[in-house]
Design a binder for this molecule. Structure first.
Ligand code: ZN
Ligand code: ZN
Length: 122
């Protein structure tokens, strides 16, 4: 089987480890990524969260009080073969995480740590 750049962005196995608070992705090239659920929620790429981030950036004096959004996961489902939708315990499910963006944000030491970039669906 030929190795292509795209093929490395395909997950072979997806698992949510609720106890550890991690989304674990085993990629077809043998690499494994462990994403913190709290980080995934913080970078949720949906329109609602993007707008909330824009509002917060525009008003740096705005104080956000109270607990952050839920990082508990109810479920996850594949979107085509290119992305993952995560359904959070508070009902939020608009975020679609592209696999190429997830792979580019792999937080392991080998990949260079947790990237702050928003995930793009390609
Ligand atoms: Zn969102
Ligand atoms: Zn990595």
């Amino acid at each position: 089987m030929a190795m292509t750049r795209v093929a490395t962005h395909r997950p072979q196995k997806l698992a949510v480890d609720r106890a550890a608070g991690l989304l674990r992705i085993s990629w077809v090239d043998g690499h494994t990524s462990n994403f913190r659920l709290a980080w995934l929620r913080a970078v949720c790429p949906c329109a609602t969260c993007a707008e909330a981030k824009r509002t917060a950036d525009a008003d740096p004096l705005r104080l956000i009080v109270g607990p952050g959004p839920s990082a508990a996961v109810t479920g996850a489902e594949l979107v085509g073969n290119y992305a993952l939708r995560i359904i959070w315990a508070d009902g939020h499910d608009g975020g679609i995480y592209g696999f190429s963006g997830l792979r580019a944000s792999c937080p392991c030491a080998e990949c260079g740590g947790e990237a702050p970039a928003l995930l793009q669906v390609e």
